[in-house]
Write a protein of this length. Structure first.
Lengths: 167, 239
């Protein structure tokens, strides 16, 4: 493992919030390509270990692998948040697979008003505003968050189950 | 006149259908009608039976269910009279049917994805990030500072949309809320956010919050927050 990827590992380990690639560049005084390369290296070194590099767009974090969630839970007994309703999962699925997506598109698919369920998901930090649409009124565009990856134990959005795989 | 033929109602624990699309999909599955092969008109009767038994909660929502019912009836009537040259209205209706089918297909696909996500989330797959480190400024240790609680509440309140001016709903008194919360807490701890988000409008959210503060004052409940920015839970204090 190169010195740079070890540095990146140390920084990610010590940070209690996700860090942007740019922040890693600044902290290690390296270029973007070098950091990306170091991240790839770190990812392969951590293969089969208890933690993984979690990536949401440009943000990075270390997190425990989902396979060991039960053990971590027994050890730490973290507080659990309330369960989501089926309607919330539907909305979450539409956002996750279509992001960035405006409310109107979510409502088109579900055929009902989705304002409150979107607000609820936003308050739970599972989705967030990621931009504004160019249409009339510049509607809010929603996307998923790092928290979304944590809840589903996903390394990145590329690891979302393929549509229709489980059905 | 023959009574409408329809299967038994949906299971006793009838799920609440959020809109006509969801109901149509559930009915098509129950009646084993392949809505992509045969006319939607095939589930008209079952649809009518379902909405006849629905309790009208939100008139706007009910209107959507009724609108769909009207279209289904119209569709059924033109399907019963084959051979005629379709009128413009009928042609439009057939186009509508195709459109609804496509939407149902799309909706069904997302329902499947939602199901995958839900199954995954329930399999204990949480990926834990590093724990919050203690910071010099000091986190909110137990007992939680009421000021912090008020600040947190304000930020939640700002995100509950104001209701339109026409309000005929009930108003809550503090006493009622105190009882309601106390009752709820007998079943176990609740997340504060969850409790507040159950409010139908800001007024109720305010009454809920004041009731929580009152319960703290009476030492009837404890408030816990394990980590900074983590969920805040309230719990009945053991007598």
């Amino acid at each position: 493992m190169t010195n740079l990827s070890a540095q990146v590992e140390a920084i990610l380990f010590s940070s209690n919030r996700p860090l942007k690639v740019r922040e890693l560049q600044q902290a290690t005084d390296s270029g973007r390509d070098e950091v990306e390369h170091a991240l790839d290296e770190l990812r392969s070194v951590l293969d089969g270990r208890g933690v993984m590099v979690m990536r949401h767009h440009d943000e990075l974090h270390l997190a425990t692998r989902p396979e060991y969630a039960a053990a971590v839970r027994r050890a730490l007994r973290p507080e659990v948040s309330g369960k989501l309703s089926p309607a919330a999962y539907e909305t979450l699925a539409i956002v996750a697979y279509n992001q960035p997506v405006p409310r109107s598109r979510v409502e088109e698919v579900r055929g009902v008003n989705c304002e409150s369920v979107l607000t609820n998901l936003e308050l739970r930090d599972l989705i967030t505003e990621v931009g504004r649409g160019s249409g009339p009124g510049q509607p809010k565009l929603y996307g998923t968050t790092m928290r979304f990856l944590q809840v589903l134990g996903l390394e990145s959005l590329d690891h979302l189950p393929a549509p229709g795989s489980g059905a | 006149m023959e009574p409408p033929i329809a299967g038994p109602r949906l299971p006793i624990s009838t799920p609440v259908f959020e809109g006509p699309l969801e109901l149509l999909l559930a009915l098509a599955e129950r009646e084993e009608v392949d809505i992509f092969k045969v006319s939607l008109a095939r589930i008209t009767d079952a649809y009518l039976v379902e909405i006849a038994q629905r309790e009208v909660q939100d008139p706007e929502e009910m209107a959507e269910f009724l609108w769909m019912a009207a279209r289904l009836l119209l569709l059924k009537s033109i399907r019963l009279l084959p051979g005629e040259q379709p009128t413009d209205e009928e042609t439009e209706l057939l186009g509508w049917e195709e459109d609804v089918r496509q939407r149902l297909e799309e909706y069904r696909a997302y329902k499947a994805m939602a199901h995958d996500l839900m199954t995954r989330a329930e399999q204990e797959v949480f990926a834990f990030p590093p724990a919050a480190r203690p910071v010099e400024a000091g986190g909110q240790e137990e007992p939680l500072d009421v000021d912090v609680l008020v600040a947190a509440f304000n930020s939640v309140l700002a995100r509950i949309p104001p209701r339109p001016v026409v309000i005929t709903g009930r108003t809550w008194t503090l006493e009622e809320k105190l009882d309601a919360i106390t009752l709820r807490l007998r079943k176990g701890p609740i997340e504060l956010l969850e409790l507040i988000l159950e409010s139908v409008d800001r007024l109720e959210a305010v009454v809920t919050f004041v009731a929580v503060l009152e319960l703290v004052r009476r030492s009837a409940i404890t408030i816990r927050q394990k980590e900074r920015f983590g969920p805040i839970h309230i719990e009945a204090r053991a007598a």
